[in-house]
Design a protein around this ligand. Structure first.
Ligand code: SAM
Length: 277
């Protein structure tokens, strides 16, 4: 670890020195225990020289752990109040670049300058799923994603057919990446503690990306099927072709969406997009 990083004041002191308190509107729940942030950096598999994009550095606990690995980190923060504190961190560690803005709007490809980059974030809960969908379906693909979610969202991301949490999000994630829940984090580990526990999910984007029109058809099929998840496919898919569509995709029209696996949904999507066999 560089001496400059080791000499930084503890995170609580930095927050107090800058008079910073968590703001609910920005989904701020901080990780001030470096043992936890170091474990997340380890789980991310980030190594010296890697490029990392961190969303929402806040007081910079996870940022410090990422910088300790020797990675080059670009941190994107929406809350301008953190500028002075983060700029101090940038002075101590020149491998840190800062972008102040909304992560939903930033151009990650431009930040990464064409090189592969890993995404790591203790995500703001209010935009966590929107950001995940942007990274899995947008024009830029991260090398890997290591992300903290509310545990209920982590369950929805990693659910298998038949699980209560299985739905559109799980199908979309499985179609674009492999996803594993790698760490549970209790609410008390955060300052201030959120109402619910959290979990870290690590995702590796698939190399064979779906063509945009196939992805759009998949979104259409899952929206219809899970929009009425208790109904049989022949009813829930009615606006798209009902029983005939289900049969053409090799699915039992009396089955319900929650039992259909990714392969089944991809066949539905291909029928919709006119690519079925
Ligand atoms: N990484 C810090 C940590 O682990 O202690 C803070 C995590 S906190 C859960 C979420 C962070 O994301 C906050 O710093 C918040 O200001 C920031 N944030 C919220 N919405 C954002 C957005 N749309 N774009 C970028 N940052 C955002």
């Amino acid at each position: 670890m560089s001496e400059a990083l080791a000499d930084l004041p503890p995170l609580r002191e930095s927050l107090a020195a800058h008079g910073l308190l968590a703001k609910k509107a920005f989904g701020q729940h901080f990780l001030l225990d470096l043992n936890i942030t170091r474990k997340i950096a380890r789980l991310a598999g980030v190594a010296a020289g890697d490029r990392v994009i961190e969303i929402g550095p806040g007081p910079g606990g996870l940022t410090r752990a990422l910088l300790e690995t020797g990675a080059r980190v670009t941190a994107v923060e929406k809350d301008e109040r953190f500028r002075p504190l983060l700029e101090e961190l940038g002075v101590a560690c020149p491998a840190l670049d800062l972008v102040f803005g909304d992560a939903l709007e930033v151009n990650e490809a431009a930040i990464a300058e064409g090189a592969p980059a890993h995404l790591v974030s203790n995500l703001p809960y209010n935009v966590g799923t929107a950001l995940l969908i942007k990274w899995l379906t947008g024009p830029w693909t991260p090398a890997s994603l290591t992300l903290m979610f509310q545990r209920e969202v982590a369950d929805r991301i990693t659910a298998a057919p038949g699980d209560e949490a299985y739905g559109r999000l799980a199908v979309l994630v499985q179609a674009t990446a492999s996803a594993h829940r790698v760490m549970d984090v209790p609410a008390r580990a955060f300052t201030p503690p959120p109402k619910v526990d959290s979990a870290v999910v690590r995702l590796a984007p698939r190399e064979d990306r779906l063509a945009p029109e196939r992805l759009r058809a998949l979104e259409q099929a899952t929206a219809a099927a899970f929009g009425q998840r208790r109904k049989m496919l022949r009813s829930s898919l009615k606006p798209l072709g009902g029983e005939a569509l289900a049969v053409a995709a090799g699915l039992d029209p009396q089955a319900r969406a929650e039992t259909v696996d990714l392969a089944g949904f991809l066949r539905l999507a291909d029928q919709l997009a006119g690519r079925g066999a």
